[in-house]
Ligand binder design. Sequence first.
Ligand code: PHE
Length: 391
Amino acid sequence: MAYTVQKLKDYSPAALDKAAEKLLAALEKEAAEVKTEPDGKAFRDRWVARKNGVLTQINDLWLKAAPKDAKREVGQRVNELMGRVETRVTEVELQCRDLAILKKAREAGLDARIDEARRALELSDRLDITLPGIPRPLGAEHPVIKTMNEIVSVFRNLGYSVQEGPVIETDYYNFEALNFPPNHPARDTQDTLFIANQEATPLRERLLLRTHTSPVQIRTMEKMKPPIRIVIPGKVHRNDPPDASHSPMFHQIEGLAVDTNITFGDLKGTLDHAMKALFGSNVKTSFRPSFFPFTEPSAEMMVTCFICGGGGKRGAEPCRPCKQTGWIEILGCGMVDPNVFEFVKDKGYDPKKISGFAFGMGADRVALLKYGVDDIQLFFQGDVRFLRQFA
Ligand code: PHE
């Protein structure tokens, strides 16, 4: 039988306590029966609704009906009951809401995640803070970047500053302003990676992946007056199939010095010093004629093999890095062609007044030789078992 509020006949404290106890027992019994959100709402109405809720009833039937001398006793109890009923009703409602959320989550197939969160909570309760932590390995410089930084710092010590330029370049900066003739084979898609669908764009504006860092020579001269001494580290691309010594993406370090009276002697002295700083004071350098459209005269520089020391042999074995010649081809260089200065003449580069030298070397190749790696692909595959060796 459901609980109903009865009129009081006896206003003694003992009788009042008994009536209050009966009411609280009914509250607990009904609270336990609430399962859903609608149940919770009905529960609230039954107990605290202004119109005819149990609380309104005890106010009317117990307090208002009490004789004057019992009002204090009754008032106190009614007040306390009101507080307890309100609290319980709110608790029950919150419980229903949590259950409803849980039910919805279940329906949405979130069971697994809830269980996981529960387990994580349990685990975190059990966390033993006296155990040693999980070590997180620190990253390290990639061997190619490390090599580039070393080369750059050799030139910084000579007073060179660092410049950079975009990897996606225009034909103008990559070729035209560097004195490449219109039909030079490097401009062919065989050799250079062009951005697609640019047939309608004028040649000099067409976009490509720069094939060398030399375009940054022009970009820098456009914004800096002579004298300049700069090095340009960066990423370049060529349309080469990957193999042990080729990668369609690789790295170069370019150098450019422009001033009055710069001579080929300055070029040789600077590069000879740089090679000794990089590979050890024992290395020798040698130059042989070459050709680049943007330098005149042009040369290739060789250094004595720093693996075999120039003898071409490692013990009884032939030295592979230098193909037993004792020399390693390390970079291209030359005196800046006056035709190149013509493109930046109005920026203060009058070929009649100034001269300069430039050079460019492959950083990946230097790293391969330095670390005795036999496949350039290893540098770019991101295999930590390989990379960890350089950390
Ligand atoms: N840019 C040339 C290359 O990539 C190298 C070079 C740079 C040669 C500067 C001369 C002067 O092969």
